[in-house]
Design a protein around this ligand. Structure first.
Ligand code: C5P
Length: 238
């Protein structure tokens, strides 16, 4: 029952503004990716972490991992990524050795997820779930819109899903290894995309279960998120 984590870290991070690839930007002096790797390796259940680097940055990421103290009971691998998150995860899955039964997929852009959340996801998979997502209720009311016909025209609201039934899903998402590999193969064949890995498993018709997410597992996407992330780190140190 070996558990591996794939960390897609090949995104440019365009929404964060100009600069290095998002995963390599610093939070309180340490690259976001290193925080994310440490958050995964903090779980005693994790025996391997596969980092999917920007396609031209695998050597740089390898050096970065070597330069930072990481738990020794865990192995680390770096592979080059693809043009989409989905492709990057697929490349990470292909790099897994035989014998991995549980796979977690964790965004480098969620550097501060607590180990309790990681362990809860792993435990749910070991208890028999084929796919697990950590999730939180949403604060905002969410509307579905029809895209504008002409650039500059206003969007039209078409629906308001019942807020109490909506969840904002985070990572790490956890999977039975073969289920996730199948889901990626099937979705790649049909050419359909999904914005998260559990979404691909849903397309197979397999059940996805929810465990409680955590406020600190938020995704660093926009400049304000960097401010929040550094404040969370400062509070942890205090
Ligand atoms: O862009 P977004 O915030 O949704 O990215 C989520 C995660 O997927 C990030 O950790 C990012 O580095 C990764 N990603 C990737 N390969 C891409 C695009 C995004 O590994 N081509």
């Amino acid at each position: 029952r070996r558990t591996a984590v794939v960390i897609p870290a090949a995104g440019r991070g365009v929404r964060l503004g100009p600069g290095a690839p998002k995963a390599l930007r610093a939070l309180n002096g340490t690259p976001m990716l290193i925080h994310a790797v440490r958050a995964m390796a903090a779980s005693r259940a994790v025996s391997l972490v596969v980092v999917v680097a920007p396609s031209d940055g695998a050597a740089e990421v390898k050096n970065l991992l070597d330069a930072h103290a990481l738990p020794e009971r865990t192995d680390y691998l770096v592979v080059p990524g693809g043009d989409t998150r989905q492709e990057s995860v697929h490349l990470g899955l292909q790099a897994l050795p035989e014998g991995i039964t549980t796979v977690l997929v964790h965004d480098a852009a969620r550097p501060l997820v607590p180990v309790e959340t990681v362990d809860a996801v792993i435990e749910a998979v070991r208890d028999g779930a084929v796919a697990v997502v950590p999730a939180l209720p949403v604060a905002d009311t969410v509307k579905e819109v029809e895209p504008a016909e002409q650039p500059g025209d206003p969007e039209q609201v078409v629906a308001t899903p019942v807020r109490a039934r909506l969840r904002a899903v985070q990572t790490p998402q956890g999977f039975d290894h073969d289920t996730l590999v199948n889901a990626h193969a099937t979705v790649a064949l049909t050419g359909e995309g999904a914005t998260d890995d559990a979404g691909m498993v849903e397309k197979l018709g397999a059940p996805v279960v929810v465990v409680p997410g955590h406020e600190e597992a938020f995704k660093v996407t926009r400049p304000l998120d960097l401010v929040l992330a550094e404040a969370v780190l400062a509070r942890r140190r205090a």
